[in-house]
Design a protein around this ligand. Structure first.
Ligand code: MG
Length: 334
């Protein structure tokens, strides 16, 4: 038997994180452990997830029946439907345990080359145009993801474009109407925007198809609309790419299925994260060699990351070569 243990993990953010869904200074995640394996579940409010709900799910499952972490599929098949974040926490801890028992980093077990990881973007959350431009300048990084989705978007983009020569991606977090998106798309090239994420509310597949038919040359990616491999297939033809996150797929196993489903439909793949510590984000980074675009800046947004794992050299991601996901606690107490 492999018992599952868990504890709340409160992350303090470096700056208030404001996107089209709301603003926050703290995130309440849950740390999951299975023997020496560690995982993380991020309570994303707009997924309807709460730390209490995640912990209730983990308490109800209690333990996985079996002793061999190499039987990943058998063990994970025991998880009932419910909290995707909790399922992700268990899945990550189990993959970590698998790698540790076999003495290999996860990327090696998956057959992947960490030298193929694309540069990560760094997120500039919504704020006044001046404050966003300042943060873009201060970041000094070559690839930024700009959060938009309100009246001031034009002023924001103009200020940021003036402040930096960085490559820019845009994330509207479902904050635009069809009319706003149709008006915006042809203008994005003027600001040098290379990619647009989730312009429309979840479920508006027809709206996405219409935007894509405008053929503005700016690829459109679905994020909030797409959680699992099944959703990826449903978006074939409606978008150019999909955003995969472990907290949406319910872990690494389903993320792999979602990535391969996207490939089968000629869609691009961006790998991203929620606000997570080095546990969740390092776990995701092991899949990054399979992806076209990477947005794994979670630990850079957090002041009190209790773990170290993934390292950043500017926008370049360096995976640890320790066994499993390769994270270690900064303090003994964690
Ligand atoms: Mg997004």
């Amino acid at each position: 038997m492999l018992p599952i243990t868990y504890a709340p993990l409160t992350l303090e953010l470096r700056t208030t994180f404001r996107i089209a869904h709301g603003a926050s200074d703290q995130r309440h995640n849950v740390l999951v452990r299975i023997a020496e394996g560690v995982g993380e579940a991020a309570a994303v409010a707009y997924h309807g997830e709460t730390p209490a709900g995640i912990m209730a799910y983990l308490a109800a499952v209690g333990a996985l029946q079996g002793d061999d972490p190499c039987l990943l599929e058998e063990l994970l098949a025991q998880l009932p439907p419910g909290s995707q974040a909790a399922r992700a926490g268990v899945d990550i801890a189990l993959h970590d345990l698998w790698g540790q028992r076999l003495g290999q980093p996860l990327y090696r077990l998956l057959g992947l080359d960490p030298a193929r990881i694309p540069l990560t973007s760094f997120t500039i959350a919504m704020d006044t145009p001046e404050a966003m431009a300042e943060r873009a300048r201060e970041a000094g990084l070559p690839l930024l993801k700009i959060k938009v989705g309100s009246e001031e978007d034009a002023a924001r983009l103009a200020a940021i474009r003036q402040a930096t020569a960085a490559r820019l991606r845009l994330d509207a977090n479902a904050g635009w109407s069809r009319e706003q998106a149709e008006a915006w798309l042809p203008r994005l090239a003027d600001f040098g925007i290379e990619l647009l994420e989730q312009p429309l509310p979840v479920g508006d597949l027809e709206g996405l198809r219409r935007l894509r038919a405008l053929k503005t040359g700016v690829p459109i990616f679905a994020d909030e609309s797409v959680k699992t491999a099944r959703d990826v297939a449903a978006h074939a033809g409606a978008v150019d790419g999909v955003v995969i996150k472990l907290m949406k797929t319910g872990g690494i196993r389903e993320a792999l299925r979602a990535i391969h489903t996207a490939r089968a439909h000629d869609m691009q793949v961006m790998l991203s994260c929620m606000v997570e510590s080095s546990v969740g984000v390092t776990a995701a980074a092991h899949l990054a060699p399979l992806c076209d675009a990477v947005d794994l800046d979670g630990p850079l947004l957090v002041k009190n990351d209790p773990f170290e794992g993934l390292r950043y050299e500017g926008a370049r991601l360096l995976l640890p070569d320790r066994p499993g996901i390769g994270v270690v606690a900064r303090h003994q107490a964690v």
